[in-house]
Design a protein around this ligand. Structure first.
Ligand SMILES: [Zn+2]
Length: 141
């Protein structure tokens, strides 16, 4: 192959990965927006709702012995983090959160995702889709 061919195919390859990767992320986000919405799940309207939901979901996953703190915020990313021996779930009130959001973050804890080192590939291809499946449809994989 000539240098030009190599560059040409490299360009096509990278473009394909970019296009497929973007479509994948949009699809993943879209599924969560629709199937995680208040059409299918109870809304989280207050800190009291959130606390109750965390307690219920912890019992379902057998995580009731863990210390899981939570807070409703405006203008932040919904996420879960491990802080020492405790977990902190932050839920963005602007995203119109439902029980599905809580279930999604709890599944990250259940699967030990908070204990692992950050790897974007693992996060996007394994951790996020399985948390999404559990959050939206209660499917455990
Ligand atoms: Zn997630």
């Amino acid at each position: 192959m000539e240098t030009w061919d190599v560059l040409h195919y490299t360009f096509i390859g990278l473009t394909s990965v970019g296009v497929i990767g973007s479509a994948y992320l949009i699809a993943l986000d879209g599924v969560q927006k629709i199937f995680g919405s208040d059409i299918f799940h109870k809304k989280i309207e207050s800190q009291k709702d959130l606390d109750k939901s965390i307690k219920e979901e912890a019992e379902k996953l057998g995580l009731e012995n863990l210390v899981i703190n939570s807070k409703l915020y405006f203008d932040i990313t919904t996420q879960v983090q491990r802080k020492g021996a405790e977990y902190m779930i932050q839920i963005n009130k602007d995203e119109n959160p439902t029980v599905s959001f809580v279930r999604h973050e709890m599944y990250h804890i259940y699967k030990g995702d908070c204990e692992r080192k950050n790897s974007w590939i693992r996060y996007l291809l394994i951790e996020e889709p399985r948390a999404m499946l559990y959050g939206c449809f209660k499917i455990k994989i």
